[in-house]
Write a protein of this length. Structure first.
Length: 59
């Protein structure tokens, strides 16, 4: 089982801060098939990158 609790990812530049994920919690059961759906810019790829540790979560 994979479980994420209150995952937050923030991208910062000198003058701009963007929250890509804001305290996202989700759990996946063993052998469960899951699809992640949402409009462009909703954080789908960011979530997958954080799960795979390609990207580090902010908190």
């Amino acid at each position: 089982m994979l479980e994420l609790k209150k995952i937050t990812k923030v991208y910062k530049t000198e003058s701009f801060t963007q929250k890509a994920l804001n305290e996202v919690s989700i759990s996946f059961r063993e052998n469960e098939f899951v699809s992640i759906l949402g409009p462009s810019g909703s954080g789908k790829t960011t979530l997958l990158n954080c799960i795979s540790t390609i990207d580090k979560v902010t908190s």
